[in-house]
Design a protein around this ligand. Structure first.
Ligand code: ADP
Length: 244
């Protein structure tokens, strides 16, 4: 369903992604783990052109194939419409209420009526258990609540895949659980997810595929059992050992 081929990315002279190939199937929950600076976030951001890859192709479904070297504006728009991103720092609109934050993409990007957008947003507020915060502004919410709104905003767009960029790493430890719980619930609904995370237990328990990245390469990929419990490559073994 998603096929990334030959993705390269440099920042000035610094080569951060050195040829990444990855396929993701519908309903996959794929976690990307690896040391800081290995290129995980850059790779995730390349999928929807928040970072423009220097080389490579990105395919979503059978109809969209984008070549990084010469993408058209239409291609990039189509990529963004098929993907949604959940950010480390939530990236909510501070001057909009919780409900308005969830409605925004539906009215502005998808041109849905306010009435329709409100119905979707209210259903999602119920799902994330924050109906009572409907008219609150993000600054009055805890980090965990803000991230749940960030997830609801992504779900509202009904994308082909949700890209999660270290969704719990800015949270105080006591709030990590509520966000992981919501992600687990979404995963169980069959939504395709790609998650950059340091939460190895989550990767083990919830994802069906794990990718270990180091130095701009995919070093190892497979089931959680294969990569986390019985890693074959020394670099993966060392990384996991340091976490224990
Ligand atoms: P990870 O998510 O694995 O921690 P990143 O993808 O965030 O790794 O970063 C990989 C490398 O790319 C790091 O050395 C980082 O400093 C560098 N990098 C990331 N974004 C930029 C940028 N916008 N400009 C310059 N260097 C960047």
């Amino acid at each position: 369903m998603i096929k990334l081929s030959g993705i390269y990315k440099k920042f000035q002279q610094h080569e951060v992604l050195k040829g990444i190939d990855l396929e993701v199937k519908k309903g996959d929950v794929l976690t990307i783990i690896g040391p800081s600076g290995s290129g995980k976030t850059t790779f995730l951001r390349c999928i929807n052109f928040l970072e423009k890859p220097d080389e490579g192709t990105i395919e979503i479904g059978s109809t969209l194939k984008v070549n990084a070297i010469k993408p058209s504006k239409k291609d990039i728009l189509a990529l963004r419409q098929k993907t949604a991103m959940v950010f480390q720092n939530y990236n909510l609109f501070q001057n909009k209420t919780v409900l308005e934050n969830i409605m925004e993409g539906l009215t502005v990007v998808q041109k849905k009526s306010k009435q329709e957008a409100r119905e979707v947003a209210e259903r999602l507020l119920h799902k994330i258990g924050l109906e009572e915060k409907r008219d609150a502004y993000p600054s009055s919410l805890s980090g965990g609540q803000q991230q749940r709104v960030g997830i609801a905003r992504a779900l509202a767009l009904n994308p082909e895949v949700i890209l999660f960029d270290e969704p719990t790493s800015a949270l105080d430890p006591e709030m990590v659980g509520e966000v992981l719980q919501l992600m687990k619930q979404i995963a169980a609904e069959g939504i395709t997810m790609i998650v950059v995370t340091h939460e190895i237990d989550f990767a083990h328990e919830v994802s069906n595929r794990v990718v270990f990245m180091d130095g701009g390469h995919i070093v190892e990929e497979g089931t959680p059992e294969e990569v986390i419990v019985h890693p074959q490559k020394e670099r993966t073994q060392q990384f996991l050992k340091r976490l224990r």
